[in-house]
Design a protein around this ligand. Structure first.
Ligand SMILES: [Mg+2]
Length: 383
């Protein structure tokens, strides 16, 4: 079997005009240019899909996630990856990953967009092989260790009452764990919102807080102590992503978990954070690292006794499905992320796809990744 086609398709799915904003922001008149750009990017679903086909007609779909400039990933796949992958046997997944990684290693392309591109191809190859063997991808990754995955839903907010209302709605929908995205807010503002949500949903709902790399070490420690009083499970991305030692100081000072690492794409990057004891929960993003490298990352984390809570954040439905298959197969799984408010928007490229039931994902045992792609829909969203 030989790979005869590698196609990258950058897509953009605009939100339903009647949909509530993903992150409840300030009134648009108050937004500066950076904030307005950020809100526009959050509202749109942009990513780069990958379609691989063989000489036998087998097809696999992948996703290399890049929410702001997916055409960068497409160009890398078109110009660099596809020539390296065409003609190869799709079963040579790790060899294909290694030859692509090696190709631009000396030039310093060790992370970022380049690894996003490799991730998209890697996921597509797993889907393709699963389809050929009529096996779910989890079976190709070593087999499942669980059939159900605990889910947390992400919500935003800048107003305590609105956030509490949104949280209550998610709890009504069956979610028992919620993550509050509280970027670019003071410690007092964050605590006020978390207190309102905690008081509204009660003590049985697990709460996490993501401060999106917004604090210095001292402010993060002070915030973490106040969040501990509100029984917050983890504080996420507390400080600069370039500073594992500052993150380690925060982790050492606090009892709540420090969850981190969505920006780290390879084991070589993860090693520095793990050796520094910079985090308590690892958050690899499967649509940035791919399945091959994410399995290695999970194994490396396990040797440091660190649980894994895969980041899905900006990923689309293929990324989510790949993350579900991956999460079923690792010993150190903690919880999986889900963006419920935009699930239908992001799933417009599929006719069947995973959705949470009572706060859990059931791991699909249909062949491949467990989604059915509507190719006409994909092409209608191409940019
Ligand atoms: Mg995050």
């Amino acid at each position: 079997m030989k790979i005869t086609s590698v196609e990258a398709i950058a897509i953009c799915i605009d939100p339903d005009p009647s949909a509530a904003p993903v992150m409840a922001g300030r009134a648009s008149g108050e937004l500066d240019d950076t904030e307005a750009l950020r809100m526009r990017n959050l509202a749109r679903h942009q990513t780069c899909l990958v379609r691989i086909e063989t000489d036998t007609g087998a097809i696999g779909w992948g996703e290399g996630q890049e929410a702001v400039a997916p055409r960068v990933v497409k160009t890398i796949i078109d110009d660099i990856c596809a020539p390296l992958v065409l003609g190869r046997d799709p079963f040579d997944i790790e060899a294909i990953w290694a030859s692509q990684y090696q190709f631009l290693r000396e030039a310093g392309h060790l992370t970022g967009f380049y690894i996003d591109a490799l991730a998209g191809i890697d996921i597509a190859l797993y889907d393709l092989i699963g389809n050929v063997l009529e096996q779910p991808v989890a079976s190709l990754l070593g087999g499942r260790m669980r059939d159900r995955l605990k889910v947390y839903a992400g919500i935003g907010g800048r107003q305590p009452d609105a956030s509490a209302e949104l949280a209550a709605k998610h709890v009504d929908d069956g979610f028992r764990a919620l993550k509050l995205h509280l970027a670019r807010q003071t410690n007092d503002q964050i605590v006020e919102i978390v207190r309102a949500v905690r008081s509204r949903v009660g003590g049985d709902v697990e709460l996490m807080v993501d401060v999106h790399i917004g604090k210095d070490v001292s402010e993060a420690i002070k915030l973490g102590r106040r969040l501990e009083d509100l029984d917050v499970q983890w504080m996420e991305s507390p400080t600069a992503p370039e500073d594992p030692y500052g993150s380690a100081d925060i982790a050492r000072a606090l009892d709540l978990q420090i969850a981190s690492g969505e920006w780290l794409r390879t084991t070589w990057q993860w090693r520095e954070f793990l050796e520094a004891h910079a985090l308590d929960v690892a958050m690899p993003d499967i649509s940035r690292s791919g399945l091959t490298e994410s399995k290695r990352i999970a194994q490396l984390c396990d040797t440091y006794n660190i649980p894994v809570a895969p980041h899905v954040g900006r990923g689309g439905t293929i990324a989510l499905a790949a993350t579900i298959q991956f999460s079923a197969t690792i010993p150190n799984f903690q919880i999986i992320e889900h963006m419920h408010q935009v699930h239908e928007q992001r799933s417009k490229i599929c006719t069947t796809y995973p959705s949470p039931v009572d706060g859990e994902f059931l791991v699909s045992d249909t062949p491949g990744m467990g989604v059915t792609i509507d190719e006409d829909a994909v092409r209608s969203y191409a940019i």
